[in-house]
Ligand binder design. Structure first.
Ligand SMILES: Nc1ncnc2c1ncn2[C@@H]1O[C@H](COP(=O)(O)OP(=O)(O)OP(=O)(O)O)[C@@H](O)[C@H]1O
Ligand SMILES: [Mg+2]
Length: 225
């Protein structure tokens, strides 16, 4: 079953949030395991705040010696395995990337994010070369403004589009997304009395999730071609 990792060396780029959004959306329809492989354990903390969707399970990784077995076990149990990684290169990160069918690289629209995304693409390519396979990777613009792009933002988009594949869907900067870290659970469990814009956030999450499913299918077809 497909393994999807979230990686970028930029701290706070949106890895954990993007993993929570994808995991909770996919779990509406199928069994999902998210492995929290970041020693900071922010995703594990989120998972304790509220009951999770019934088809979602969160596992806290025991580190680089365990990660390969943890992934293999999760693949036997769930239709999708997501891995939330720490914001710096490590053996754990490279093991997880090597096992991935798709790596999602969240990036904001600032130069530091773009530089980190480009470094991460290079790291994924190197990992792929060592394993003699192409590891599909995509850049996901996260924490972006829904307004018209500024000159700098357009420049960053251009730079990343040249460096790699950029997802069409973006995760805009939305209170509903950041609220997940306080409220726990998924977007559909948020209380509309507490959080504004849940409907728009769900539409955004659905577009993001369906594009990921298309990308996985494309990667699978490319492999068997
Ligand atoms: N699409 C978004 N809309 C609003 N807030 C967001 C969004 N994505 C991330 N954030 C906020 O930005 C902060 C950092 O996000 P997150 O923890 O997902 O990043 P990260 O890449 O996992 O960071 P780290 O490298 O520290 O693990 C969080 O407070 C989160 O609430
Ligand atoms: Mg994180």
């Amino acid at each position: 079953m497909p393994v999807i990792s979230f990686a970028t060396s930029k701290g706070g780029a949106g890895k954990t949030t993007s993993a929570i959004i994808l995991g909770t959306e996919l779990a509406e329809a199928t069994d999902v395991i998210i492995i929290d492989a970041d020693p900071a354990k922010r995703l594990t903390r989120w998972s304790t705040l509220a009951p999770l969707p019934t088809r979602l399970q969160v596992i806290t990784s025991n580190g680089e010696r365990a990660i390969q077995d943890e992934i293999a076990t999760a693949q036997r149990q769930a239709a999708f395995v997501l891995i939330d990684l720490e914001g710096s290169a490590s053996r754990l990160t490279s093991f997880a990337i090597a096992e991935s069918d798709l790596v999602i690289i969240p990036s904001g629209e600032e130069q530091q994010d773009a530089d980190a995304a480009i470094d991460t693409l290079a790291e994924i390519e190197m990992e792929g070369r060592a394993r003699r396979r192409t590891i599909p990777a995509v850049i996901l613009f996260a924490r972006t403004s829904a307004a018209v792009k500024s000159k700098l933002e357009k420049h960053i988009h251009g730079e990343l589009t040249k460096a790699g594949r950029v997802m069409e869907a973006e995760l805009h900067r939305r209170t509903a997304f950041s609220s997940l870290h306080n409220a726990g659970g998924g977007l559909r469990q948020l209380d509309p009395g507490d959080v504004n814009g849940i409907d728009k956030a769900i539409l955004n999450a659905v577009a993001y999730t369906s594009e990921i499913i298309d990308l996985l299918e494309e990667a699978r077809n490319a492999q068997t071609a």
